[in-house]
Design a protein around this ligand. Structure first.
Ligand SMILES: [Zn+2]
Ligand SMILES: [Zn+2]
Ligand SMILES: [Zn+2]
Length: 293
């Protein structure tokens, strides 16, 4: 249960896993087996909420529509409040910003369609390319008809409420559909948070240091701790945790790791990997963590 102070702007972590969540379909590793056996150990795919309670009617935006949105929406039940036109239902969020097309960031849209939450004119903000791909998805047409799709340009600054801004920052990330990947920078009256759930390599993003230096909090891609997790496969396009710690070492921003693959030993609460992260000054994201903005 999350405590919402009135008259504040918060970012709330709704999930911390790589796209496939925990347990990971078909996986027999010890973490996935434990999560099958005990649902308390389940973890949702990465997603973030922005909640503005400065007005009588709170405003709620999501970043990404994870496959676990079905449960993640409920984390926000108190702040969404009742739906005035559909009795017994929650109010729909005020908008969703999508970072990129990969399924862990978009597949939750299906839970918004007529068979599920049945949203009406829900604003969806994403790259131009992703708007086009969504519009062409015949499989999802009944849902898409109920969404209002707004294309964002790279580096576009958008004032979502008074003194609350979201900027779309293009980052390098494998792009099979040519639809780009955005990090989102959220700037409230007091703090700036940069959300980067997926990036191929810090060194392929020339502006990274400039943006991170100017932010207070960075919530970033920590899919893999080391190449040991890849079982001999070619390195997957995500920075390894130790490289991320090194990259952030000279930056004043508060580093929070998220988007963990089920193989990542950082997930083990008492393991060496987690100790190494913490002693290097990094923090491990958890569902329900609230940041004041
Ligand atoms: Zn992802
Ligand atoms: Zn597993
Ligand atoms: Zn991705």
């Amino acid at each position: 249960m999350i405590e919402y102070q009135h008259h504040s702007i918060k970012a709330i972590i709704l999930g911390i896993m790589q796209d496939a969540g925990l347990p990971h379909a078909g996986c027999l590793c010890h973490r996935c087996r434990a999560a099958y056996a005990d649902p308390v150990l389940k973890e949702y795919a990465t997603s973030l909420a922005i909640v503005d309670t400065r007005q009588d009617q709170s405003k709620v935006w999501l970043i990404d529509a994870s496959p676990d949105i079905r449960e993640q929406i409920n984390i926000l039940a108190d702040v969404l409040g009742p739906n005035s036109s559909l009795p017994g239902r929650l109010r729909q969020p005020d908008g969703i910003f999508l970072t990129h097309a990969h399924f862990g960031h978009t597949a939750g849209l299906m839970h918004l369609g007529p068979e599920a939450m049945d949203v009406q004119h829900l604003p969806i903000y994403c790259s131009n390319g992703l708007v086009e791909v969504l519009q062409q998805s015949r499989l999802w047409q009944p849902l898409i008809n109920n969404l209002d799709l707004f294309p964002l340009d790279p580096f576009q600054r958008f004032e979502i409420a008074s003194d609350l801004y979201i900027d779309s920052l293009p980052v390098p990330h494998r792009d099979e559909l040519g639809t780009d990947t955005f990090a989102y920078r959220i700037t409230g009256p007091n703090k700036t948070l940069i959300y980067i759930p997926d990036i191929d390599d810090w060194n392929l993003w020339p502006e990274a240091r400039e943006f991170l230096r100017a932010a207070d909090i960075a919530l970033v891609d920590a899919s893999f701790f080391s190449e040991d997790e890849l079982g001999g496969r070619a390195p997957v396009a995500h920075p390894l945790v130790m490289d991320t710690l090194q990259f952030f070492d000279q930056l004043p921003v508060q580093l929070w790791l998220t988007h963990f693959n089920h193989t990542n030993p950082v997930l083990d609460p008492n393991g060496d990997a987690r100790r190494q992260v913490i002693s290097a000054g990094g923090k491990i994201a958890y569902t329900g963590k609230v940041f004041d903005l």
